[in-house]
Write a protein that binds this ligand. Structure first.
Ligand code: V47
Length: 364
């Protein structure tokens, strides 16, 4: 394979990977532009094996989307609705508690909760829904509110982000998911999500969270109108932020789903791009412990293959995923532990059920 990589013209990058040297922006661009998926995947697999050995992780989690009402109305999103829409909804704190109560008989260890940027819910609503979850399921880890929501909540609270996070942590917030990053490029934000918190703001909230002791994830929404350069710049900004604070747990490339969005004329992502997005990230983000192949967006079959292209995590049981399914995802709404264990074992990895912070719950 290494002689083959030499022939593809990526031999110098392979040498860097083997010597654990940092890849440059130009290296990242060359990897994305290479049609040689196997060469890029081979390099990503070296990094994955070095960092995570044979382990491939999953989690027993539940998604709760407290409201789809959103003032940002991003063009790539099929989930957000204006308050006046007949499809708009917002859950009360009792609704949130009921959602969690419905599944108390299952060994769920994480609640993943996000929603839109709501125009008029008060700050107390957000502390109330955190408390509602913890009152029903005190031991569960609550991973909630993207950096974009946190910025909005700080404005509602009339306090700086660090103080706002402290209040949310007291109410039950344990970590922050990776959504809302989209593509940091101002050009892309202007064309697709003009009203959303800019990239620098997203990164500032993430770093502030890390300084408060909160772990966070990071994402990139790929496969729409972004260029390869903009993708690499996004990864580079994440890598720099991680150098500063070391608080990111996982990077998750999110495959754009066009259906029911204002960008529905675009195609879905290809298999090549899905695997390349995992593999380039694994090579480039040398300071990120984990790369997640989110089966909901790329399908369980592609997530399984991604375990040989740099991913060491496939997310989890999920259940009732709405954001991607509104945008036309054809995957199931949930996966059982048995199914997750099976795809991981077949890929030649050891299935490890993890907690949110990658603590080992059970090895299969
Ligand atoms: O912020 C919106 C993206 C995100 C579409 O942190 C879309 O572990 C594809 O961030 N097609 C929410 N993507 C999901 C998310 C996430 C999911 C799983 C795990 C984690 C984690 C985070 O989904 C949004 C946005 O970036 N999104 N619309 C769409 N049409």
């Amino acid at each position: 394979m290494e002689a083959y990589i030499e022939k593809t013209g990526l031999g110098d990058i392979l040498e860097k990977i083997k010597k654990q040297e940092r890849l440059s922006r130009q290296d990242g661009i060359r990897l994305y532009e290479s049609p040689d998926l196997l060469a890029v995947g081979y390099m990503a697999n070296i990094v994955r094996q070095r960092l995570n050995g044979d382990n491939a992780y999953f989690i027993y989690n539940q998604h709760v989307n407290y409201s789809n009402i959103c003032t940002n109305l991003c063009k790539f999103c099929a989930f957000g609705r204006e308050k006046t829409s007949d499809k708009a909804y917002e859950m009360t704190k009792e609704d949130v508690a009921d959602k969690v109560r419905e599944r108390l008989d299952e060994p769920i260890t994480e609640i993943h909760m996000v929603g839109g940027i709501h125009p008029d819910l008060p700050f107390s609503y957000y502390t109330d829904i955190l408390q509602a979850i913890k009152s029903v399921r005190p031991d569960v880890h609550v991973q909630a509110f993207t950096c974009v929501e946190i910025d909005h909540l700080a404005k509602l609270a009339g306090k700086p982000v660090d103080e706002t996070l402290q209040i949310l942590m007291k109410a039950g917030l344990d970590s922050i998911p990776g959504g809302g990053a989209e593509v940091f490029s101002p050009r892309i934000r202007k064309l697709t999500c003009e009203r959303k918190l800019p990239g620098e703001g997203w990164l500032e909230v993430a770093k502030t969270a890390h300084r408060q002791g909160l772990k966070t994830n990071a994402t990139m929404l790929y496969g729409h109108i972004e260029t390869v350069e903009e993708r690499v710049d996004h990864l580079d900004a994440l890598r720099q932020a991680q150098d500063e604070t070391c608080g990111f747990l996982a990077y998750i490339p999110l495959a754009f789903h066009p259906k029911n969005t204002a960008m529905s004329d675009l195609s879905s992502t290809s298999g090549m791009d899905d695997l390349k997005s995992i593999a380039v990230a694994r090579c480039f983000l040398d300071n990120f412990p984990h790369i997640k192949a989110y089966w909901v967006m790329i399908g369980p079959k592609m997530a399984q293959i991604a375990l040989s292209f740099g991913a060491d995590d496939v997310d989890g049981t999920v259940k009732e995923e709405i954001i991607t399914h509104m945008a036309g995802a054809e995957t199931e709404q949930a996966m059982s532990i048995d199914a997750l264990v099976r795809i991981i074992k077949e890929a030649g990895r050891v299935p490890v059920q993890r907690g949110t912070l990658y603590d080992v719950i059970k090895t299969y």
